[in-house]
Every structure is written in C-alpha cells, then in structure tokens.
Design a protein around this ligand. Structure first.
Ligand code: NAI
Ligand code: OAA
Length: 272
C-alpha cells in the first residue's frame, strides 16, 4: 500500500484526505502539514485513520512515504518541492502556476532526473490536455477564457494595483487579458489551469488568457481554443465551485483524486 504525505489541508486537501480515508484511493495518509495548525487539526478530526501532523513541510518528505501531494499554494511548491525530490519521494503538484517560473521548473525537472522521481500534474479544473499534448508540434495558437463570480477572484494580487472593485461589478466584465506567465502570478489561486495548458502546449508566453468576472454565474467556466496545422479544438468546461472554496472547481479536486488512484493502483490505464 502506498503511503501519502499531504501538504495543504484546505478545500482540496480535505477532499483528497477523505478519499484516501474512505478507501477510494488505495493508500494510507500518514502525515499532513498546513501553515495553519487549525486547518490541519480540523482535517485530522474528520478522518477515521488519523495521520500525524508534522511541524513543517520538510518533515513530510523526511518520513517513509512514497509521494507528497501538494494542495497548498505556489509558495509551498517553491519552498518544499526540491526537498521532496531530494528525499527521494514523488510529488504531485496542484499549484502548477509555480512551474511557469523557469528557474523553479528547471530545478525540479533536473531533480526528478537526478533522484529518479516523478512529478505528477493532474489535469485539474480542465479537460482535453491529452489532445493538446498530441498536437503540440502543430499548435499555432492557444487561448483560455476563464469566467468566475467576482467572489471567486477576491484576494488576487492583481487587485493590489487595479482600480477595479469586484464588489461594484454588476455585469460580465473582462478584468485581465494577457499571457499565462503574467496571469498565474497576478491570480495565483485562480488560473493554474493556464499553467497546465502552457506546459502541455506552446509555453506561457504564447498561451493567451482572459479572465472575466460575472456576477450572474454560479460556475467556474474555462473556454479553450487551440488551432494549428492539425485543425481546431474548442471546448468549454462549466465547473461547479467547491462549496468550501469558490475559487476551486469540483473537477480540480476529482482530478487530483483520480491521479492519485492511478498512482496507487496496478490496473488497466486508459487515455494518453
Ligand atoms: N491545477 C488546478 O487545476 C487547480 C489548482 N488549484 C490550486 O490548488 C491549491 C489548493 O487549492 P484549495 O485547497 O482549494 O485552496 P485552499 O485555500 O482551500 O487551501 C490551501 C491550504 O494550503 C495552506 N497553505 C498555503 N500555503 C502554504 C504553505 N506554503 N505551506 C503550508 N500550507 C500552506 C493554507 O493554509 C490552506 O489551508 C491552490 O494553490 C489552488 O490555487 C485550485 C484549483 C484548480
Ligand atoms: O478550479 C478552477 O476552476 C481553476 C483554478 O482555480 C485554477 O486553475 O487555479
């Protein structure tokens, strides 16, 4: 049975832990860490099989586990990612935006090779990465338009230097247009999906992002258009947000759980 360490005990971490606890993911959750001790304690209270709460993120990977699951923040990836691999543990990353910093990407990618470990990036809140991966060599343009309720965009760094007041938006309003690299740094908890598209396709400077605040939506919608010599792909994913964190879609959580199930099972594997 695989042993899992969890970094981040928020909306996603809690659902992942419950999936392991219920046996849906055939593994044991042995250690957890969150910057907020209260969040860690709240999570552990919900579980039948209680993991140990460790005192810092590095202690997760110094224990005898197989994989650290990051469901915390881009900062957590920057702070703890390398030590996980150096301690010869696999790593699953949800805060994928951190990897659009080339120095972080290179350090982690080199460490995977040096320590013979793997980083898993679930497809998160979008679908279709299999198709983008297959046409990568023929891709000429790719864009994502993400529409969320203003409350789902609250707290983003972008608003520190913007005149836009989310509370005053009363109709669908484009609040950001630019490249993925910029988007993930200004909206770190909202547009990791653009990082996934960038890493799968033609990079973060050629992946275009539009973020729309719509007070009349109850969904997190991602509309993706990709075009090139292969033809054209257009798809829209209309996600319900998680009830505990409106920024995060239910699909992102389910995708994390599915990736872990695949990691922990010996079985027939479907898809690219
Ligand atoms: N790849 C994807 O498609 C998606 C990725 N995400 C990302 O997944 C991550 C988790 O999402 P949620 O659980 O919904 O967020 P959340 O805000 O509900 O929970 C995050 C938890 O991590 C903790 N945390 C933050 N930084 C930390 C650090 N450096 N060290 C230890 N703990 C830390 C917080 O205290 C909080 O309890 C976020 O970064 C989010 O942006 C979310 C949705 C989709
Ligand atoms: O969950 C979503 O819809 C997308 C999201 O927050 C992210 O990519 O960071």
């Amino acid at each position: 049975m695989k042993r899992i360490g969890l970094l981040g005990c928020g909306a996603m971490g809690t659902q992942i832990a419950l999936a392991i606890d219920s046996g849906k993911v055939p593994a044991t959750l042995t250690h957890v860490f969150d910057d907020s001790k209260e969040k860690s304690k709240l999570l552990v209270e919900k579980l039948t099989h209680k993991p140990e709460i460790v005192e810092n993120s590095h202690l997760l990977s110094s224990n005898p586990i197989d994989i650290v699951v990051e469901a915390a923040s881009q900062d957590a990836v920057r702070d703890a990612g390398l030590s996980v691999l150096q301690n010869k543990k696999d790593l699953m990353i949800m805060s994928v935006g951190a990897l659009l910093d080339e120095s972080i990407y290179d350090i982690l990618s080199d460490a995977c090779k040096d320590f013979k470990k793997t980083i898993y990036l679930p497809s998160g809140a979008i679908a279709g990465l299999d198709g983008i991966k297959s046409v990568k060599g023929e891709l000429e343009s790719i864009s994502i338009t993400t529409t969320k309720h203003p409350r789902s965009l609250k707290g983003a760094k972008f608003f520190e230097n913007s005149e836009i007041n989310l509370d005053e938006i009363n109709s669908s309003t484009v609040i950001f247009e630019g490249i993925a690299k910029e988007a993930v740094s200004l909206f770190p908890a909202n547009i990791n999906v653009a990082a996934l598209l960038s890493l799968t396709g033609i990079g973060s400077e050629k992946t275009h992002v539009k973020i729309v605040a719509d007070p009349n939506t109850d969904k997190n919608t991602h509309h993706i258009e990709a075009e090139g010599k292969f033809g054209k792909m257009t798809y829209t994913i209309e996600n319900y947000p998680d009830e505990n964190n409106p920024k995060t879609s239910r699909l992102a959580i389910l995708s994390a759980i599915e990736t872990l199930k695949k990691y922990c099972s010996n079985d027939i594997q479907i898809g690219t």
